[in-house]
Structures are given as structure tokens and as C-alpha cells.
Design a protein around this ligand. Structure first.
Ligand SMILES: [Zn+2]
Length: 323
């Protein structure tokens, strides 16, 4: 019996390496938002592995996107507002930087500004998430293959090209790599304000198809930053629309990953926003909450996975474990 138990634990501890990994983050997307945006059980219940993870850390009572994305990207807790640095200023290497150094192509996608806290925690090292010009400099030095999102206001065409990136402001033609695609001056208008251009799917399709060209593996982080914005506004219809928007993209990604068993797809949130109740449409706050969030996976989850630093270790095993 003891031997069986040891074997069981050992098998659970071993994570098979994936070829490419897609990490989807719904900013501010709590369980209640996911329930509200569920159509006939999908796409969330189509994932074979599922758990809840904590979003708080020893430095902050109520988390923000900078500290939570830093925990996911680096496996280390830091204070709110900080991007991949510790409170005493140490620079933390991110899983995306390690993927780049091991020869993977790395892509960051968001409908928020590309200098926003969630993507920035994967490539920038700044004590303040508000230091947009400095974060933009870090982006151009990152060596990642693809950035797509808003935040054109923080970049200059010449400096972007001088850093070796193609400069694009649309996806009308196929994308070459490396490239920075800046679709909006700040964040995307979103589905509620502009249903014609607010869909994530065509943009994520263009990003994934660009990364899949050529040999080799990739790591991409896909964020919908507008669920959080709707939560801050206590806008139940906005939460539902943007969570469905992300769900449409997740459905497409899941089908693609199911056809390519070497790939792994993870879906999570950085934190919950609003204290939303999906049945009544009521809110508890205009800010973030300490509620746990979902983690959905196409790969078996490690047994001991309770917070976002554990998610970081899982990501590293998926990307870098020996084949
Ligand atoms: Zn927020």
C-alpha cells in the first residue's frame, strides 16, 4: 500500500513537458463571471482538469494585477504595483524570459495597453506599474517575438524599428516576427462600446498563427483586461460580454490544442474584481477582492497547487521539464 502511494505521488509530481504553452488570463475574472458567461456548459467545462487558486500574498491584503502577474511570471511574491522586482529592488527573472533564452518564441497579447501590468510583469522590471515610458523601453529590450495590444501612445515608430521590431498598427496583412502590433492608442474599445472591433478572437488568431510559423515551440500569454474594467464599473452586462468574448477565444484555442496533443492550454484569472454575484448581478465593491480564482488546464495539475507561485512552477515544468 505504501509503495502504491509513493508511486501515485511520484506520478503526480512528474509533469510531462509540452511543446508550446498558451496561458490565458482573464483580468478580474472571478468564478461568478465565468458562471454568468457559460453557454451550455462551455467552454470552461470542456477542460479536463480544474482547480481553484489563492490570489493573495504576504505583502498585500487585496491583490492587484502587478503583484499577481509577478507571482505567476516569477514564482515570487511582491507588493502591489511592482513588476517582476522584489520590494527591496531585486530583479526577478520571468518564465517568459527563460523561455526566450531557451530558444522559444514568446508572444504577449492583450486588449489593454501592452504596457499594462499583466503583460508587463512578464517582460519589464519596474518598481511601479505606472512607469509607462520605462516599461515601453523594457519591452523593446525584451527580445520577445510578438507583442500585440493597445498602448501606441507610449511608443515611437523609429525607436521601435531601431530595436529590431517591425511596427504594425493593424493585422490586415500576415505578421512577420519579431513585431510590435499596436492596435489602439490606449486600451481596446471593447465589445460593449464597439461590437464590430471589440472581438478578441480575430486578433488572437493572427497572433497565434504568426507564432506557429516556422519550426520550434512558443509561449504566449493572452489577456482580456476589460473584464476587470467592467468589474470596477460594477457593470454586470460588461462582465458577461467580456467574459464571453474571452470564452469565444478560449473555445478556439482549446480546439486547436486538442488537435495538437503536444500543446498545453491554461486558463486563469489574476484576481476577482467587484465581488460579483452572477445570479443577482449585485456587487460588493468597486475594487478587487481576495476571492480565489479558477485554473483550467488541458494537462494534469500537480497535487499541491494552491497559489499563483505554484502555477508558476507548473508553467516552468510544462515548458522546461526534460522531454
Ligand atoms: Zn483592477
Amino acid at each position: 500500500m505504501k509503495r502504491l502511494l509513493t508511486l501515485f505521488c511520484l506520478l503526480n509530481a512528474l509533469v510531462a513537458r509540452a511543446d508550446s504553452v498558451i496561458l490565458v488570463i482573464g483580468d478580474g475574472m472571478g468564478f461568478e463571471a465565468m458562471k454568468r458567461a457559460q453557454d451550455g456548459g462551455g467552454p470552461w467545462s470542456a477542460f479536463p482538469y480544474f482547480t481553484a487558486i489563492e490570489t493573495t500574498n504576504p505583502f498585500c491584503g487585496v491583490p492587484d494585477s502587478a503583484s499577481t502577474a509577478t507571482a505567476i511570471a516569477t514564482g515570487i511574491f511582491t507588493e502591489n504595483g511592482m513588476l517582476a522586482v522584489t520590494p527591496d529592488g531585486a530583479v526577478l527573472r520571468t518564465v517568459a524570459e527563460e523561455a526566450r533564452d531557451r530558444g522559444l518564441r514568446v508572444g504577449m497579447f492583450t486588449n489593454d495597453e501592452i504596457t499594462g501590468a499583466t503583460p508587463a510583469a512578464f517582460y519589464a522590471h519596474q518598481p511601479s506599474r505606472r512607469a509607462m515610458p520605462e516599461i515601453a523601453v523594457d519591452l523593446l529590450r525584451s527580445g520577445f517575438s510578438l507583442f500585440m495590444g493597445g498602448g501606441r501612445a507610449w511608443f515611437e515608430t523609429d525607436k521601435t524599428r531601431a530595436a529590431g521590431y517591425a511596427w504594425r498598427t493593424d493585422i490586415a496583412a500576415p505578421l512577420s516576427l519579431p513585431t510590435v502590433v499596436l492596435l489602439w492608442n490606449h486600451e481596446m474599445p471593447g465589445l460593449m462600446r464597439d461590437p464590430a472591433t471589440g472581438r478578441l478572437l480575430p486578433l488572437v488568431q493572427a497572433a497565434v498563427e504568426a507564432l506557429e510559423k516556422g519550426p520550434g515551440d512558443y509561449f504566449i500569454m493572452v489577456e482580456n483586461g476589460l473584464i476587470d474594467a467592467a468589474g470596477h464599473n460594477n457593470d454586470a452586462a460588461g462582465i458577461e460580454a467580456e467574459t464571453r468574448n474571452l470564452g469565444e477565444t478560449v473555445g478556439w484555442l482549446l480546439e486547436r490544442v486538442q488537435r495538437k496533443p503536444g500543446m498545453a492550454l491554461l486558463v486563469t484569472a489574476d484576481h476577482e474584481t467587484g465581488g460579483f454575484d452572477c445570479l443577482t448581478g449585485a456587487f460588493q465593491t468597486k475594487g478587487h477582492t481576495t476571492r480565489p480564482v479558477a485554473l483550467l488546464s488541458t494537462r494534469p495539475l500537480p497535487v499541491s497547487l494552491s497559489d499563483q507561485t505554484d502555477l508558476h512552477r507548473f508553467l516552468k515544468e510544462l515548458l522546461f521539464a526534460p522531454k
